[in-house]
Design a protein around this ligand. Sequence first.
Ligand code: ATP
Length: 257
Amino acid sequence: MSTYALELKDLRKNFGKTEIIRGVNLAVSPGERVAVIGPNGAGKSTLFNLISGRFGPTSGEILLGGQAIQHKTPYEINRMGLSRSFQITNIFPKLSVFENLRCAVLWSLGYKYTFFKFLSGLKDANERTDQLLEMIRLNKKRDVLAINLTYAEQRALEIGVTIAGGSDVILLDEPTAGMSKSETSRFIQLIKEVTVGKTLLTVEHDMGVVFGLADKIAVVVYGEVIAFDTPQAVRANAKVQEAYLGSSVADSQVGGH
Ligand SMILES: Nc1ncnc2c1ncn2[C@@H]1O[C@H](COP(=O)(O)OP(=O)(O)OP(=O)(O)O)[C@@H](O)[C@H]1O
């Protein structure tokens, strides 16, 4: 049994004749928060699409808690304990905050198909939904339609929907994109709180978020992970400086949030 929450072994992905992911190896321990960074077009989203099962790899292995998932569907991978949120908000605009979360809870509890099971499980689901509302600090917006939330609140709801199923491994795609500076620092705190004990991977461009959130940084350049280390070590890594970070990291604050 692997000790890693998520492991990528010589992972490769071609689109046509072009190799986009070129032999990625990565081993993420349970409870680690990892920021995946790199220049535009480096392959970060493709990596997320491979891990979450949206694309199948050309070759290589992806292990979730030691189990191979590289040939599984996104649904199966989700059921095995990996949940992903997207850059594009995936909430139901015409449902209330509570209803959005409860849908996600019911789905995760498997009440999708049996009406009677559904009824008996509703009390549990309501309680779990109320806990989630508190966690994402939207309890005062319980009955507000999702469409009427602020942008930052919608992103918080999206995180709530992503963690509702109790997955151990959470993938977030640019969770603070489009937020103001103050919203961003509040949001980093929220992400930290709701992912305690979970393994988190996030694709991120904002270096403030990276250094505020990550235990480790994976630097992807041209389809390869050229460094996987603590923020301090990555910051000091000459290869990373040369290939990508340059002054953007020198200017950013370590643990600045
Ligand atoms: N479905 C696809 N078909 C063909 N090429 C693709 C596909 N998806 C991504 N690519 C190509 O793969 C490369 C990596 O793209 P990807 O979106 O993974 O990069 P990224 O690091 O996430 O970039 P960004 O930071 O700009 O979001 C790009 O050259 C892109 O054009």
